[in-house]
Design a protein around this ligand. Structure first.
Ligand SMILES: [Zn+2]
Length: 340
């Protein structure tokens, strides 16, 4: 280890379960964070500062003012510019630690791109806000035998579990089907930044144990807590389920894309439209849209407002249509303004 790394990470090296040997492992490690909201912001900052050699941050969204209360990586300037979270996160993390490789990827993790975006990764940390993506991560992680750390936070509640394929139960062992119908989200129930930070901190401690190889220290529980109502519990999840479709039968339904892609962004009064292999020319589109509403753009996203809707368009043709939860209406707005 070079002397400046020895100094930078000195307090972590003094911590015996990590030590110099553990720090070398962290510097050589590659981790992915999927989703860079409240959980992902905290995870990314802790992992980058701890010296995880390569961090891949995958996020589909852009920074809004209502994120700033809990998404600790972002600033007012990021929100004013509508920067994609992955782009803003990469910039801030490089300032916190220029000696690790941070790669922000503006994308929605899907069955089509999972293998490419997660290739060569040693560990996945869950910063998502939806079950579709978590089941996709679970399929990929079990298929490739990569550990992943589940986490969720809403209101004052948080939950986390660490999944080591072949050793612990997977997400589908515990919950064979994603929860159906309405469930609480940050956009309907609100969320405390402290609940999210607490979950992310436990997730990152587990991530460090895995990356330095101290698997005996993993908590091996389904941990949940409520920081407002003062409830803390840790349940033993038992052995992997005998009939688990994912880790026993190795049927990867979410990864093979057999299930319909969810296009509504849960609780956000927004619909996401995937339009693959249709790169958008921002300059050309801006000149077409300027007479119809207000347009602003940066190199990463273009935003078009036409009352009561707001269309945020990414260069690969993906768009988030705000102002409706009706996929049919969102598709027709996409066709009308961006192209059929
Ligand atoms: Zn399983």
């Amino acid at each position: 280890m070079d002397p400046s790394d020895r100094e930078r990470y000195s307090r972590q090296i003094l911590y015996r379960p990590i030590g110099a040997a553990g720090q070398e492992k962290l510097l050589a490690a590659r981790a992915a964070i999927v989703g860079c909201g409240a959980l992902g912001s905290n995870q990314a900052a802790l992992l980058a500062r701890a010296g995880v050699g390569e961090l891949r941050i995958i996020d589909r969204d852009y920074v809004e003012q209502s994120n700033l209360q809990r998404q600790t990586l972002f600033t007012e300037s990021d929100a004013a510019q509508c920067l994609p979270k992955a782009v803003a996160a990469e910039a801030h993390l490089k300032q916190a630690n220029s000696r690790v490789r941070v790669c922000g990827i503006v994308a929605d993790l899907t069955p089509e791109n999972a293998a490419e975006l997660l290739s060569g990764i040693h560990l996945i940390v869950d910063g998502t806000d939806n079950f579709e993506t978590r089941y996709l991560i679970n399929d990929f992680a079990v298929q490739e035998a990569i550990p992943w750390v589940y986490g969720a936070a809403v209101g004052s509640y948080g939950a986390t579990m660490t999944i080591v394929p072949g050793e612990t139960p997977c997400l589908a062992c515990l919950f064979p089907e994603p929860p159906s119908g309405m469930h609480a989200t940050c956009d309907t129930e609100g969320i405390l930044g402290s609940a999210a930070s607490a979950v992310a901190s436990i997730q990152v401690a587990e991530a460090l144990k895995l990356l330095v190889g101290d698997t005996k220290a993993l908590h091996r529980k389904l941990i949940s807590f409520d920081v407002w109502e003062n409830r803390f519990q840790a349940v033993n999840p038992g052995a992997p389920a005998d009939d688990c479709p994912v880790c026993r039968r190795r049927e990867f339904a979410h990864l093979s894309g057999d299930r319909a892609v969810q296009i509504t962004l849960c609780g956000r009064n927004s619909v996401q439209i995937h339009e693959r292999r249709r790169p958008v020319d921002f300059a050309e589109l801006a000149s077409k849209l300027q007479p119809l509403g207000s347009v602003r753009s940066n190199p990463f996203v273009m935003q078009f407002s036409v009352d009561p809707y707001e269309l945020t368009i990414f260069p690969d043709g993906r768009a988030i249509i705000k102002g409706t939860t009706d996929p049919g209406l969102a598709r027709s707005l996409y066709a009308r303004y961006i192209g059929a």
